[in-house]
Design a protein around this ligand. Structure first.
Ligand code: A2P
Length: 306
């Protein structure tokens, strides 16, 4: 196992008290087919600011929505993962992009729209936005990124950092293996799938698997989730998980990590985890709370869940 050298990163060049104003360059839908969910790829032009060349994929930027909440306080900052490679969108270091899903909820017969996501999704090219950051210092590709193989597990907009990381790897002629597993409710919610399908076609060392949870079912009647792919595509995963230089990255819905940990544990891939307590071989009687207390990621597993 080569040493994992994480890059030094810049942090909080801009803060909520001293944000930076940048321009929206592009705001487009990223689902391929018409979907009841609205997910957008938004690119900011950060020319003339300290963010140029300073934001790494895996980091986030803060967005300060204008206006105040119902109590008259300024809206709080919301963090959005960077979806562009560290070299910038289209290789331009002054362009940083992110992936935004409109948050729409119905509570007690009333519709609630998430403040920051709907503000961002409404923006037009040329509009100005206040940003902070960058933030995050661990969920990164190693400096020596070409020494490893990667398994990326994403649900929903958790795909954002992996789009940028995968672009970064393959723009640099990545020779090791990379497997992306993306989970979403319906086929219409697949994000950036044209790009990933093309990469899968053109590169024998890249595989793209989808886990669509609300269409077909598994043989046992259960839902198809990113972690059930570890069972249903076992051979493909084994080929990677067995290698001493494979790293796992998890990003998306809070809770998804537990299913992945359980499957890794059950299959004997204990190297990706660390144990605070011993666990029985068969986890079926181990409840979620006990399991979560007993395990944490090892240095080979990176996660960002929210
Ligand atoms: P479902 O909601 O059908 O149970 P999105 O963010 O676009 O809604 O997608 C999130 C995806 O993650 C959905 O397919 C969702 O399935 C799935 N999901 C929900 N809970 C878990 C979990 N505990 N582990 C893995 N995937 C999950």
């Amino acid at each position: 196992m080569p040493e994992i050298i994480l890059p030094e990163v810049e942090l909080n060049i801009y803060t909520p008290k001293k944000p930076v104003e940048v321009k929206v360059l592009e705001n487009r839908v990223v689902t391929r087919e018409s979907s009841p969910n609205f997910v957008r790829h938004i690119t900011f032009d950060v020319s003339g600011t300290e963010l140029v060349n300073k934001v790494r994929v895996g980091q986030s930027v803060g967005v300060l929505p204008p206006g105040e909440d119902e109590r008259g306080r300024p809206h709080k900052l919301r963090l959005y993962s960077v979806a562009s490679p560290s070299a910038g969108e289209e290789g331009k270091p002054h362009l940083i992009s992110t992936t935004v899903k409109r948050t729409i909820e119905e509570i007690d017969n009333k519709l609630y729209l998430g403040v920051a996501s709907n503000y961002l999704a409404d923006l037009q090219p040329g509009d100005k936005v206040k940003l902070t950051g960058p933030s995050g210092r661990r969920f990164l590709l190693p400096e020596n990124k070409h020494d490893f193989n990667y398994i990326f597990f994403a649900t929903g907009t958790g795909i954002a950092p992996f789009r940028g990381m995968i672009m970064e790897l393959f723009e640099e002629d990545f020779k090791n293996d990379c497997l992306l597993v993306f989970g979403c409710p319906y086929r219409t919610d697949l994000l950036y799938s044209d790009y990933f399908e093309e990469l899968d076609r053109d590169h024998s060392n890249f595989s793209y698997l989808t886990a669509i949870s609300r269409e077909a079912r598994r043989k046992d009647g259960g839902k198809i989730y990113v972690q059930t792919k570890l069972i249903d595509e076992k051979e493909r995963f084994d080929a990677l998980l067995d290698k001493p230089n494979t790293l796992i990255y998890i990003c998306g819905l809070k809770g998804m990590e537990e299913g992945i940990y359980r499957e890794l544990y059950t299959q004997g891939y204990h190297d990706y985890l660390e144990f605070r307590k011993d666990l029985p071989e068969d986890l079926s009687e181990v409840d979620s709370k006990t399991f979560r207390r007993a395990v944490k990621p090892s240095e080979r597993l990176f996660e960002e869940v929210y």
